[in-house]
Design a binder for this molecule. Structure first.
Ligand SMILES: Cc1cc2nc3c(=O)[nH]c(=O)nc-3n(C[C@H](O)[C@H](O)[C@H](O)COP(=O)(O)OP(=O)(O)OC[C@H]3O[C@@H](n4cnc5c(N)ncnc54)[C@H](O)[C@@H]3O)c2cc1C
Ligand code: SF4
Length: 550
């Protein structure tokens, strides 16, 4: 059966469709029902359940939860470990210098914040949403945006049961059209439908390009003597060199759990760099290695995060819908926090959707949401840190962190000596040809503290139906060989945290192998491929990682 012969999709009508059951999407759904219980709201989520695809740190600023569900403080929730000790270090190869907390701008303080699994927080918010009457459809990926008279009119979920060769298998089920007066896109960093909307409506025009990082994370249960409930520790520096941006986090919470993660800014230049191997190396530093002695690694995953901030937030609205959360890039990079802005943006958009519906409007632009965000707490949060990332990129880590810190201090008092700096190139344009770079020799994993990719992916519980079309679309195979392989020495084999891409050197020609079933949906390939030749599209709903509590 060809695509044209497929049966028509069934359609369902709602007031509001929300794509993504992360903090932004769930907050929007909850707020809509709080404001107007009769509004029909549906949330589609590609993970097998709310939380299954959520990977974060996470130290959360409770400012947003306090506004959305103030009753949480009196309830049994996953928000249980208050931050009790907050440390920031600059690392060298064998030593560490702790920066006194008094030197750090006040907005960097974690006093009053909580250490959580953001996946568990999403499960809690999903229950809240359902108790208010929101319909949540987990295991359904939104694969297509529907348009009517130029306006967004909803989304279609993917067909289930298509074989690798594109033909329907036994048990084939057609996707559904979920139509709405307004559709909110809450897909997180580098959302696939959001990317199409940004292109179609020119939403990035007159803005700086969006910038990204890749965050890799492991969850450990550590020995009692290495556990310090409420400890939050961040580092910059080693193992990255001064020209490569990034840093680590280490959070002690719950039942002897330690969330350890490493972020590499995706504007790095050396195609031989492997964010995964840098993370493994980081754990061997004398400051941190003892934490894991006698402990057990219980989960692994990775996810891109947005880093462009204030200058890079696209226009948020278009006829019939809006971007919210990290799909819009509301992450505060120096604070490594985005979940509070995700929730706040979901609430802000919901207020404007509710007002539009009450006025009998549909399918128009929510211009008041666009006009409101820069003057809201989200804008205030991002404005103060807007120069930190450009300074790191231009000056390197040490000078960049020092000047970025100074700029955040002056912004605390309402002014900046340097205005608003630009980011420059998108991350896909920052790799140097391999011939100009030195290969990096990474140590072999020991299987106790450091690991290889495949045993790591195993701990992400990633699962995809094997007989389905590959969801990593290489637009031009010849270009991948002549440029990605021949010029850049195949960086996808190193930046992918799940070992999806391999170049197999064969006598006739190198062969590009895509192990799509390992993909943890981090979106890094969609961002970093030097020719923008890889397009990540959602696989069959329910596939991907199954993070229990990341
Ligand atoms: C390593 C790392 C550490 C971080 N640390 C912190 C921290 O300590 N504190 C903090 O506040 N923030 C932190 N953040 C940022 C924080 O995680 C994000 O700001 C937040 O998760 C954004 O929420 P969101 O709802 O916009 O997107 P997401 O959390 O990414 O959620 C998007 C949801 O939409 C679903 N989805 C996407 N596309 C589709 C589709 N087409 N169809 C159906 N479903 C779809 C996804 O499966 C996912 O469930 C960190 C991020 C990373 C990567
Ligand atoms: S294939 Fe792309 S999206 Fe999937 S894990 Fe690798 S880099 Fe991330």
């Amino acid at each position: 059966m060809s695509a044209a012969e497929l049966p028509a999709r069934e359609a369902m009508e709602f007031d509001v469709v929300i794509v993504g059951a992360g903090p932004a999407g769930l907050a929007a759904a909850i707020k809509l029902k709080q404001l107007s219980p009769q509004t029909s709201v549906v949330v589609v989520e590609k993970g097998s359940e709310a939380g299954a695809h959520i990977l974060s740190g996470a130290v959360i600023d409770p400012i947003a939860l306090d506004k959305l569900v103030p009753e949480w403080r009196g309830e049994e929730t996953p928000v249980r470990t208050a931050v009790s000790d907050d440390r920031f270090y600059v690392l060298g190869p064998s030593g560490a210098v702790r920066l006194p907390n008094l030197l750090l701008p006040p907005l960097m303080s974690n006093h009053g914040n909580f250490i959580v699994s953001l996946g568990d927080v999403c499960r809690y918010l999903a229950q809240k949403a359902e108790s208010l009457g929101v319909e949540i459809y987990p295991g359904f990926a939104a694969v297509e945006t529907l348009f009517e008279n130029g306006a967004v009119a909803g989304i279609a979920t993917g067909d289930m049961g298509i074989a690798k060769d594109g033909h329907p298998k036994a048990g084939f089920t057609r996707g559904m059209e979920l139509r709405a007066k307004y559709t909110l896109f809450a897909e997180g960093a580098r959302g696939s439908l959001s990317k199409g909307l940004i292109e179609r409506f020119g939403l990035q025009q007159n803005r700086q390009p969006q910038k990204f990082g890749i965050g890799l994370k492991e969850l450990w249960q550590v020995a009692p003597e290495n556990f310090s409930s409420g400890l939050v520790q961040h580092t910059m520096g080693w193992p990255l060199d001064n020209r490569t941006g990034g840093g680590s986090f280490l959070y002690h919470f719950g039942d002897r759990l330690v969330a350890v993660g490493f972020v590499v800014h995706l504007n790095y230049a050396n195609p031989y760099l492997s964010p995964f191997e840098e993370f493994q190396r980081f754990k061997t530093h004398p400051l941190v290695r003892q934490t894991f002695s006698g402990g057990k690694r219980i989960c692994y995953g990775a996810r891109a995060l947005t880093e462009g901030g204030w200058q890079s937030v696209p226009k948020l609205v278009f006829p019939g819908g809006a971007l919210i959360g990290c799909a819009a890039g509301f992450m505060n990079v120096p604070r490594i926090k985005g979940s509070h802005n995700a929730v706040l943006s979901g609430m802000l958009a919901a207020e404007h959707v509710a007002a539009a519906l009450a006025a009998g409007r549909a399918h128009d632009e929510l211009v008041d949401y666009e006009a409101a965000w820069r003057g809201s707490p989200i804008g205030h949060d991002l404005w103060r840190v807007r120069n930190a990332k450009p300074l790191w990129s231009k000056l390197g880590t040490l000078a960049g962190v020092a000047l970025g810190g100074l700029d955040m201090w002056t912004n605390t008092f309402g002014f900046s000596l340097i205005g608003t700096l630009k980011h420059g190139k998108p991350d896909s344009a920052t790799l140097k040809p391999a011939a100009q770079c030195r290969p990096i020799a990474y140590p072999k994993p020991d299987g106790k503290l450091t690991f290889d990719r495949l045993s790591s992916v195993y701990l992400s519980n990633t699962n995809h139906e094997e007989d389905q079309p590959v969801h990593l679309i290489v637009r031009d195979g010849a270009l991948q060989k002549s440029s990605e392989h021949d010029v850049y020495a195949g960086p996808s084999a190193r930046y992918c945290p799940a070992g999806v891409y391999e170049w197999i050197e064969e006598a006739s020609a190198p062969r590009y192998v895509i192990n799509a079933q390992n993909c943890v949906h981090c979106k890094t390939c969609d961002i970093k491929d030097p020719n923008q030749n890889i397009n990540w599209v959602p696989p069959e709903g329910g596939g991907g990682p199954n993070y229990p509590n990341m």
